[in-house]
Design a protein around this ligand. Structure first.
Ligand SMILES: C[S@@+](CC[C@H](N)C(=O)[O-])C[C@H]1O[C@@H](n2cnc3c(N)ncnc32)[C@H](O)[C@@H]1O
Length: 261
């Protein structure tokens, strides 16, 4: 599957994804993943950043609020329309551009840093994406990105629960299956069942890579790994948002920061 096909899937997802994530149904993102990502992020105040696969812009805005001057790039026009509307209502100086992360159209050494929240495993040619990121980073700059954890959320992950419903183990399979554009269909699990039944599930082409492949692609692009993060919900967060409690058994997300020398 190539990027045009990927773009069509995301454009079809964009409306409901924006409505439901902004209504608070992307609990993994809001309660766990984004806070952990921002904790790992070095200080960005005064820096120029690119957010790759920015979607409707909530995470781009979170980084802009830390004092960075942000550009958000995405392949799906509907996401960008929502992102620009929010920027117009409550400006944070963010520019949004439509584009493909595989052919980033900015001059060399434009950005101090690049972020990519949960978008790189959705891009068809990650090798190319990482090379482009290296090119647009200034020397000394960094990329920080989050992906579905390649080891614990390969194409198939199932929670094993005890009689009380608590996740006690995780069953995974197909770790070595790097099939391109395997389409996964789901909606945010916290949307009430009756409402979810009325929605067309998201359809997400995924480009799973093993951890070895990710590390090789990063190194090949000329980047040096600086930090890993594997967010785990605290007991308090898991109590408040039980849906994320399974990250206490094994992580769902992997955060990677890598620098350009
Ligand atoms: C899971 S969503 C994450 C959106 C946003 N970063 C967030 O955290 O809410 C993945 C995003 O990647 C974008 N995307 C997928 N392939 C892309 C590509 N080749 N170039 C740019 N964006 C892409 C999709 O349109 C979508 O907005």
């Amino acid at each position: 599957m190539d990027w045009t096909n990927v773009a069509a899937h995301w454009e079809a997802n964009a409306e409901n994804w924006t409505i439901y994530s902004r209504a608070g149904y992307d609990i993994y993102r809001d309660a766990l993943n984004t806070p952990a990502f921002l904790e790992l992020l070095p200080p960005v105040a005064g820096l120029k950043g690119l957010d790759l696969g920015c979607g409707e812009g909530t995470n781009t805005r979170a980084v802009a609020k830390l004092g960075a001057t942000m550009t958000g790039l995405d392949i799906a026009p509907t996401f960008l329309r929502y992102a620009r509307e929010t920027e117009a209502q409550d400006p944070l100086g963010i520019a949004y551009v439509e584009g493909n992360g595989e052919t980033i159209d900015f001059p060399d050494a434009t950005f101090d840093f690049v972020t990519a929240f949960m978008s790189m495993m959705d891009m068809a040619n990650q090798r190319q994406v990482l090379k482009g990121v290296h090119r647009v980073l200034k020397p000394g700059g960094f990329l920080q990105f989050s992906i579905l954890h390649p080891c614990f959320v390969p194409p198939s992950r199932k929670n094993i629960r005890d009689e009380t419903g608590e996740a006690v183990a995780v069953q995974i399979s197909d770790y070595f299956d790097e099939a391109d554009g395997k389409v996964e269909r789901w909606t945010f699990s916290s949307i009430p069942k009756e409402e979810a039944a009325t929605l067309k599930p998201f359809s997400i082409p995924r480009f799973h890579r093993t951890l070895t492949t990710w590390v090789s692609m990063i190194v090949e692009a000329g980047l040096t790994i600086q930090a890993f993060g594997e967010p785990m919900a605290s007991e308090e967060v898991a109590r408040a948002e039980p849906v994320v409690a399974d990250t206490r058994v094994a992580p769902i997300f992997l955060h990677i920061r890598a620098g350009k020398n």
